[in-house]
Ligand binder design. Structure first.
Ligand SMILES: Cc1cc2nc3c(=O)[nH]c(=O)nc-3n(C[C@H](O)[C@H](O)[C@H](O)COP(=O)(O)OP(=O)(O)OC[C@H]3O[C@@H](n4cnc5c(N)ncnc54)[C@H](O)[C@@H]3O)c2cc1C
Length: 440
């Protein structure tokens, strides 16, 4: 099975599936790329121009110095680059516009050509800008339940009696005993459903008071040290000791919102019949990305081995407002999420699966056992997505460094403070924050 593109009938006139070569052009021969573009519901001329783009090998910024290229790619959206330099028609730009949505939370109309170059999008292969790629493990190492097991492993280490077992294999199916989390004789106590509302030093400055709300009551704990590991933008509202400059630095980032859909299927025969395990949909569907979940078996947890067995589909939806700069899209998307109901999604999901896999035997009524939607108004930490961003900004340099400055016995963690959206960012932030406090 391979990656596919689903062109929906309401947008493209007829429902069509093709392989998705957008980020893997090198895996396809020229002939295969021609066949794929010719199968797309586009005009013959648009198909031909898309084929030329996918084939690569053209320097669309010919005549520019390396420095000029860099200046241009950092300050031009990829969609503009496709239009003004790569001579791509509107229909092709539309197909590509949302092709990196789950990572950016906005379409290419708001994200730079530099990002497209970094991630190897079509038309950028001959641009003379040197990109430093870090060494990354392939995106296959994960627990079956994702980062949940990372958190569970940490809890088990801190409070062993809360989760039985001691290996990676026995972690996934282990049942947590929540009653053990906050026992008075624990050396570490985890208090759930307790929202901090005020954090400040005592008048002598050698302790910190944290006021929190639990079941409608305001309570207080006092400690020698505090690490605030929440969405950093809340810190100015919780911590009156943060300076105006620090608050202004924190305000320069905002989290990226999204909705993660998890669809339980009774079988995945239609996926195999169609020949795809993953789909990008450039048209009018909510979940423009969906895929069969990663096949991970661990301990007693076994991934579906046969197409007749139940399976989970993971799907991404990015609420946003195309036309605005990326950060404004994230804020607008968050506001939209607050107004959306489950029913807004449900009909769309049913139509999506009908159109995409109906002709391969998928029957939503029969084959879809359940839909779970997790709204993440504050999803990914901001990593300077956008266009015209200061090129010096990145994980190790940017306003977030000033934003995470220690405030006496209060240190600041969370992936926001690293400008890095992934769990290693959160772990690095925690390590730095605790080290700051231990050094006092
Ligand atoms: C759907 C999804 C998929 C992801 N997939 C991956 C992946 O595959 N790989 C990867 O590396 N990363 C992934 N991430 C990112 C990863 O989950 C985050 O980087 C990581 O969870 C960040 O950890 P954190 O401690 O910074 O913040 P969080 O995990 O957000 O923790 C912050 C905690 O603070 C609590 N909190 C906030 N305000 C208060 C308050 N006032 N009082 C008390 N508590 C408060 C929150 O309830 C929350 O529990 C994904 C994220 C999402 C949302």
């Amino acid at each position: 099975m391979t990656e596919g593109i689903y062109f929906d009938a309401p947008t493209y006139g007829k429902a069509t599936l093709t392989p998705d070569p957008i980020q893997s052009t090198r895996d396809y021969s020229d002939k295969a790329l021609a066949d794929i573009t010719q199968a797309m519901p586009l005009s013959a001329e648009d198909q031909q121009r898309f084929h030329v783009l996918l084939k690569g090998g053209i320097d669309y910024l010919q005549g520019m110095t390396s420095a000029e290229c860099e200046q241009l790619v950092r300050n031009t959206t990829y969609l503009d680059f496709l239009d003004r330099y790569a001579n791509q028609p509107e229909a092709v730009r539309q197909v590509l516009q949302d092709s990196w949505l789950p990572m950016m939370g906005a379409g290419w109309e708001a994200i730079s050509t530099y990002e497209a170059l970094y991630y190897g999008f079509p038309g950028t292969d001959r641009i003379r800008v040197t990109i430093k790629h870090g060494v990354e493990d392939p995106y296959i190492y994960k627990f079956p339940d994702g980062n949940a097991s990372v958190a569970r492993a940490l809890v088990r280490y801190l409070i062993p009696k809360a989760i039985p077992g001691n290996t990676m294999e026995d972690l996934v199916t282990a049942k947590a005993d929540y009653s053990q989390l906050d026992q008075p004789d624990n050396s570490v106590r985890i208090r759930l459903n307790s929202t901090a509302v005020n954090v400040r030093h005592t008048s002598r400055g050698d302790r910190v008071d944290v006021a929190y709300v639990q079941e409608g009551r305001v309570c207080r704990v006092r400690g020698r040290h505090v690490v605030m590991a929440c969405y950093n933008q809340m810190i100015p509202h919780l911590c009156p000791e943060a300076t105006a400059e620090q608050n202004a630095a924190i305000a320069q980032a905002t989290k990226i919102p999204f909705v993660l859909g998890t669809f339980a299927l009774r079988n995945w025969r239609a996926f195999q019949e169609a020949g795809y395990y993953k789909f990008y949909s450039p048209g009018k569907v909510f979940f423009q990305y969906l895929r069969l979940d990663f096949p991970v078996s661990l301990g007693d947890y076994k991934y579906a081995q046969k197409t007749d067995e139940p399976i989970v589909v993971t799907a991404w939806y990015s609420p946003r407002a195309p036309g605005l700069p990326a950060q404004d899209q994230y804020r607008a998307g968050r506001a939209q999420l607050m107004e959306m109901a489950f029913s807004d999604f449900e009909t769309d999901i049913v139509n999506h699966f009908d159109g995409m896999l109906g002709s391969y035997g998928f029957d939503v009524e029969r084959d879809m056992a359940g839909i779970t939607l997790n709204r993440w108004p504050h999803g990914y930490a901001y990593e300077f997505e956008g266009v015209g961003i200061n090129p010096a900004y990145g994980r190790y340099n940017g306003p977030h460094i000033q934003g995470r400055a220690r405030i006496g016995r209060i240190s600041i963690a969370n992936s926001d403070s690293e400008a890095h959206a992934y769990v290693d960012g959160a772990v690095d932030a925690a390590h730095r924050a605790v080290s700051e406090q231990l050094a006092i």
